[in-house]
Write a protein that binds this ligand. Structure first.
Ligand SMILES: [Zn+2]
Length: 413
């Protein structure tokens, strides 16, 4: 199994080396490889989880790359199971349709379309849509829901085939997927090829500025290869003769940026681009020492969280988790929290229920399980949804249950 690990030496975007390490979370099982059963004779493969930074284009990135087929063949994350994400994409589709009506009338292509969470909204607004997603199981679900979806990895070659069959795309979207690839240049040259001459490429990526500011070290996992600020994105677009003409901050996944790009000289470049670039420079995102400082964060969170939970356990309290997300698996593994501390963890996604968290082996149940086996403490691993979770499960408070939010600083509510 270890054979499927590739070690890169150069920056994924600009090719600069050597890259400098700033974060080391030890060895970790793959965050989305939920276990159907526990088999002590077959230990799961674990891979180094380390983040490096490029001193030239400032892209933060993993250098230990797990074979993408192993990561994405079966994917347990169905975007539509998250109501917040569904609402976000509904707004996204409406906003893009209003701002770029001519482009939206042409084909809308979504790279990493998951179960069609975004495209179903574009379709309702009257667009012709096409999804692309390498995870066969999610692509099938999208197909069943009436969203035409090609089960493949998007690259230049596929772009040529799609162009021949469907013509150019007026809008190309890619949300939360560009962080998950080490094939960036191949993807961007495909986008350049397939995008209509007046077309718009809109994408959202998790913002490294928020990761550092909000201490989100748990957002590090093997699927998450790139951690973007605007600077490396501008370099990447320029290498493919494209321009970013607008950028916005959005709330998704604890803080992301939405970038609007096109062929050169199609849209005037808005002041937002320079403004964010200057702002992140001031924040130190183009300086290695800022990243280096962040390397102390995980240790502190681990120390405080394990001390608190062990104290509760000694008092005989039952502890449940909420949200078996990828970041939850990183946090659990790094803090070495297993079923001895966390009795069970609940998650909305039926595809995860009945399984065990990778590496930490905690049983995953449906949220209704909380009623059958009422805990004393609920640790919210999906902390970006903490408010809506506490609202949905407000009955727990009446039972005297305490919520623990682990990130950015431990909060007991
Ligand atoms: Zn670079």
């Amino acid at each position: 199994m270890q054979k499927s690990l590739i070690k890169r030496k150069k920056c994924l975007i600009c090719g600069y080396k050597p890259l400098k390490k700033y974060l080391d979370l030890g060895k970790s099982a793959l965050a989305n490889s939920y276990l159907i059963r526990l088999d002590s004779k077959k230990p799961e493969p674990r891979y180094p989880l380390r983040v490096f930074c490029c001193s030239n284009c400032h892209l933060a990135q993993l250098i230990d790359i797990v074979d993408r087929k192993q990561l994405f063949d079966e994917y347990a994350y169905f975007s539509s199971t998250s109501p917040e994400l569904d609402l976000h994409f509904k707004d996204f589709a409406r906003h893009i349709s209003q701002r770029f009506p001519d482009q939206t009338k042409r084909m809308v292509l979504d790279i990493g379309s998951n179960d069609g969470v975004l495209l179903k909204h574009f379709r309702k607004l009257g667009s012709t849509v096409l999804g692309i997603d390498p995870a066969k199981n999610v692509a099938e679900t999208a197909q069943e829901n009436g969203i035409p979806t090609l089960p493949l990895f998007f690259d230049h070659l596929q772009a040529e085939k799609i162009l021949k069959k469907y013509g150019p795309a007026g809008i190309i979207t890619s949300n939360n997927t560009l962080a998950h690839t080490d094939n960036l240049h191949n993807i961007f040259s495909g986008i350049k090829k397939l995008l209509d001459i007046h077309g718009v490429f809109v994408f959202e990526v998790h913002y490294v500025g928020n990761i550092l500011k909000k201490k989100e070290f748990d957002n590090t996992y093997h699927e998450h290869i790139c951690y973007y600020s605007l600077a490396p994105i501008l370099t990447l677009l320029a290498m493919h003769t494209m321009n970013a003409f607008d950028v916005e901050k959005v709330e998704t996944h604890g803080g992301s940026i939405r970038v609007y790009a096109s062929h050169p000289n199609v849209f005037p470049i808005k002041p937002s681009v320079k403004k964010l670039f200057d702002q992140e420079k001031k924040q130190g995102l183009h300086t290695f020492s800022t990243y280096k400082k962040f390397s102390n964060v995980p240790q502190k969170i681990k120390k405080n969280l394990t001390a608190l939970l062990q104290k509760y356990k000694k008092q005989g309290k039952k502890i449940a988790g909420y949200g078996a997300s990828a970041k939850g698996t990183t946090l659990l593994q790094y803090c070495q929290l297993g079923p001895q501390i966390i009795d069970y963890i609940v998650d909305n996604a039926p595809s995860k229920q009945g399984k065990y968290t990778p590496g930490s082996h905690i049983p995953i149940k449906a949220p209704e399980h909380l009623k059958k086996d009422i805990p004393d403490i609920v640790v919210i691993f999906a902390w970006n949804y903490a408010n809506s979770i506490m609202k949905k499960e407000a009955w727990l408070k009446k039972q005297g249950v305490k919520f623990v939010i682990p990130i950015p600083d431990i909060k007991v509510i």
